[in-house]
Design a protein around this ligand. Sequence first.
Ligand SMILES: Cc1cc2nc3c(=O)[nH]c(=O)nc-3n(C[C@H](O)[C@H](O)[C@H](O)COP(=O)(O)OP(=O)(O)OC[C@H]3O[C@@H](n4cnc5c(N)ncnc54)[C@H](O)[C@@H]3O)c2cc1C
Length: 402
Amino acid sequence: MSGRETDVAIVGGGLAGGLIALALHKAQPQWRIQLIEAGATLGGNHRWSWFDSDLSPAGEALLEPFRKVEWDSGYDVAFPKHRRTLKADYRSLASADFHSGLTRELPTEAIRLNTHVASLDAEGVTLEDGERIAARSVIDCRNFTPSPHLLGGWQIFMGRHIRLDEPHSVERPVIMDASVTQHAPAGNRCAYRFMYVLPLARDELFFEDTYYDETPVMDRDLLSRRIAGYASDMGFPDGEEIGREAGILPVITGGNFKAYLRSIRIPGVATAGARGGFTHPLTSYTVPIAVENALAIAERSDLSGQQLAAWCENRARAHWRKTAIYRALGRMLFKAAEPDRRVDIFQRFYRLPEELIERFYACRTSLPDQARILMGRPPVSIPRAIRALASKGEPLTMETPQ
Ligand SMILES: Cc1cc2nc3c(=O)[nH]c(=O)nc-3n(C[C@H](O)[C@H](O)[C@H](O)COP(=O)(O)OP(=O)(O)OC[C@H]3O[C@@H](n4cnc5c(N)ncnc54)[C@H](O)[C@@H]3O)c2cc1C
């Protein structure tokens, strides 16, 4: 065993781990950081997007080193009986640009790729080949793993990045085109389904077919064909695929968060990222939360490893309490609406004031916002809504992780 020593070992070079490494390096440039990633690159194969209004000025500054696509003329949504252009600016970052940005900003010796961590403890980490890295603090940013302690459903999606044979005329992102047929690929049950279209360049479009369903199963061929069908129905020129991503993300509607934390806790090790519970329960997005967490962790670099672990857990609990409204809305989506009417819940939501919608995505929904969202004529029957709010949900487990 070699005896490498470091100030902080961050396990998992995904979105959360990478941003924590960057924020810590900016705050404490003299610190020795080890960002340890099992994969060949940082960030995996993702395209992360967010609204400009999700981030604080400090958050924007943290993301400044990354090349991103930026749209400053708002975005569109479409439903069977409602269309709207909203004004929030939209941003998108590809994981290849996340990797390039981090390798530019962090010292070369801080990043270890193709390195699988076999175990973590309060004093450091042990790699699969037996190498030991002693660390003053250890931060666990490995992937979220499905858990029977959490309840809910799934958001299932495939994205295809197409270079078109001719320029297109899409001016701004289409965040939700839910005017499409509301059916799920697996079986005959309906789900809430929408298309997402990003004009990445004059001749490049990124299409994503997304749906919310009870079962974490993806039919990749069918989703791929659906995207091709949508592109053709919309009259877009032909083109070639230059990138693809897919995901099955948890939509958390309830559960025993204390038991979940107990199940993932390693004494003295801080847990962050989606694994630590830092997600938007309904959209499954994490960018704004990961950015704010990275900044907050960097501000607390005086804490010992043990203290940081306790602080992260308290922050996760506070995040869980703060996000109860999104879990309630998730229950409405899965339990109150007849499957083919789930679209009505989002259609109604997108008639609400724009500032409320911005706060919803940024996980900053206020109490008056909550009243506004839940009151009024619901798009589902009142008894079903009441039963849904009181219901629990299905365990978030997967037989075969995908
Ligand atoms: C395809 C896709 C698109 C998404 N798009 C968006 C979006 O547009 N906006 C948004 O806000 N959210 C989006 N999300 C949701 C969420 O932001 C991402 O899942 C995000 O990547 C979660 O970040 P994370 O760092 O917690 O986990 P991950 O990014 O999953 O990172 C975990 C990392 O840990 C590494 N790892 C695991 N075990 C070990 C080990 N033993 N040793 C070393 N390394 C290990 C993994 O290789 C991985 O790189 C998307 C998710 C997916 C899957």
